[in-house]
Design a protein around this ligand. Sequence first.
Ligand SMILES: [Zn+2]
Length: 61
Amino acid sequence: MPEKILCTECDFLLYFGEIIKKRLYMRNLPSEEKVLEMYNNTCPRCKNKLTLKTVKIAIER
Ligand SMILES: [Zn+2]
């Protein structure tokens, strides 16, 4: 069940991989906020400001 984080403005794929919370539990992975920080909280494609409210977090089943 991979997790995806997408920009709500342009659907740019910001993150795709193991579910972050699960990794957090294992204490070796970043939170969603850390992922957004890696992009300086700005979408590289549309320059939308990235916050937990302006991204779409999808967990595939
Ligand atoms: Zn975007």
